[in-house]
Design a protein around this ligand. Sequence first.
Ligand code: B1M
Length: 210
Amino acid sequence: MTDFNAMTEKLVECDADGLKDLVQAALDEGADAKDILNQGLIAGMDIVGGKMESGDMFIPEVLMAARAMAFCVEILKPLLGDDDTSGSLNVIIGTVKGDLHDIGKNLVSMMMESAGMTVHDLGVDIAPETFVAQIKEKDARLVCLSALLTTTMPAMKQTVDAIVEAGLRGDVKILVGGAPVTQAFANEIGADGFAADAGSASKLAKQLAA
Ligand code: B1M
């Protein structure tokens, strides 16, 4: 039976090689990639977050843990696909201005790509005007905004406002997410949808675009 706790421990120890070996062994044993992601990697990151908050882990270690996780997500990527493909929906995704967190955003991007969408990932720390310019350039129908900090949540509203001011609101649906974001906040800022995780984000994207 797969020992997901061992994975969370390796992640907290920032042992990328050890974690990779455990992930590979679990896959070889037939473990489900989604279970590895949720019960091993994301659960480990939650522990890292707690240690960061309590001062038991510092930024360089958190970065090492994040890199170890990203490395293993790459291994899982081809196995996390969504069979229900959705044509060539043109999507723009980015982490909002001031925010450098990208692991969750990358997972959302990955799930959407594997569901057949064309995803333009702008990266992190993306200014409202860049989102606006990219919507025009890529002729996007869906814009996905990620934020992990309470202090960058206002940048989500600024981005929605910039899209409205540019006269593009009728052309695109806006989906928001990230740990501090809620459905109530999405309603408050005038987004079309909120998703709590990457799988639901991909499903909601299809519904919004339908
Ligand atoms: Co940061 N950090 N961090 N950090 N960091 C948090 C978010 C924090 C909660 C840690 C803590 O204190 N407990 C805290 C925020 C507190 C708050 O705002 N209330 C925090 C802080 C304070 C900071 C700094 C300010 C620390 C400092 O410098 N003093 C700093 C800010 C830098 C900046 O952005 N300007 C900082 C820096 C960093 C690192 C660079 C070291 C690193 C990021 C590396 C990277 O992303 N490449 C880092 C990390 C790794 C974390 C934690 C530990 C893990 C985040 C993560 O990747 N989780 C995090 C604590 C935690 O979350 N438990 C923390 C795993 C990932 C899969 O989950 O991103 O939530 P998540 O994504 C989920 C969902 O939210 C959802 O789908 C994913 C799951 O399927 N989702 C979406 C995400 N985006 C979505 C978009 C959608 C839909 C769903 O639609 C568009």
